[in-house]
Design a protein around this ligand. Structure first.
Ligand code: FES
Length: 230
């Protein structure tokens, strides 16, 4: 449910053997930043999200072929990603090579210029263009989301097996009372504070007490009760 109606880009979505590789993948390879390759897809996606986020910022436009990412942001791009064999230096170098404030002479051994080259040529790096159409939200998903918002009686005549996503308690009861399912055949999944039924996470203060929605987390409930007792 957490990823229901989300569009997910994997490393194959960035680039692959059929369509050609993305500059991130080429630079990871060119900076010798991949050994067994186990961590590499995750590292590439971490670099990609860092570049996308940096390029969304209001910082001034970077020089051609670079991102708005800074060297210090590049160094923090992999927190939480583990590499057991390459060592982080070449991975970070691959990421830093996109940074607008990078000094290319500081980067380690790579296939793009000779070791010790005092004036590395940035045009030798596989070219990077912002976005490159990768972050386009797919049309089929847009129409699926739209039809889910038009949830009505007609939606209930669907198959007996499937994933139904009511958007309110009213819709939920309409669905379970539709006669389409027997009570024992339905598994109700509640969770996800951002995309679930909002009423289930609602907190309503009333004269006689507080109504806490069934999907409210225990820690949030404790927080609210503490606030109220004060
Ligand atoms: Fe092997 Fe990173 S290259 S885990």
């Amino acid at each position: 449910m957490t990823i229901h109606f989300y569009s997910i880009i994997t490393t194959e979505g960035l680039g692959n053997t059929k369509d050609g590789f993305h500059s991130i993948q080429k630079r990871m390879s060119g900076f010798h930043a991949s050994q067994c390759g186990f961590c590499t897809p995750g590292m590439c996606m971490s670099i990609f999200s860092s570049l996308v986020n940096a390029d969304k910022s209001k910082k001034p436009a970077p020089p051609k072929g670079f991102s708005k990412l800074s060297v210090s942001e590049a160094e923090r791009s992999f927190l939480g990603n583990m590499c057991r064999c390459t060592g982080y230096r070449p991975i970070v170098d691959a990421c830093k090579s996109f940074a607008s404030d990078v000094d290319l002479e500081d980067l380690g051994l790579n296939i793009f210029w000779k070791k010790g080259d005092k004036h590395p040529d940035p045009t030798k790096l596989p070219s990077y263009t912002l976005g490159g159409g990768i972050c386009t939200f797919p049309d089929f998903l847009k129409s699926e989301i739209k039809s889910s918002l038009d949830f009505n009686d007609a939606s209930i005549s669907g198959p007996r097996e499937g994933w139904y996503c009511p958007k309110s308690i009213k819709q939920y009861y309409k669905l379970v009372n539709s006669g389409l399912f027997s009570e024992s055949s339905v598994k109700v999944v509640v969770g996800n504070t951002s995309t679930g039924i909002p009423e289930l996470s609602a907190i309503v203060r009333k004269d006689k007490g507080i109504e806490i929605g069934a999907a409210t987390s225990i820690s949030r409930s404790i927080e609210i009760l503490n606030q109220e007792s004060e």
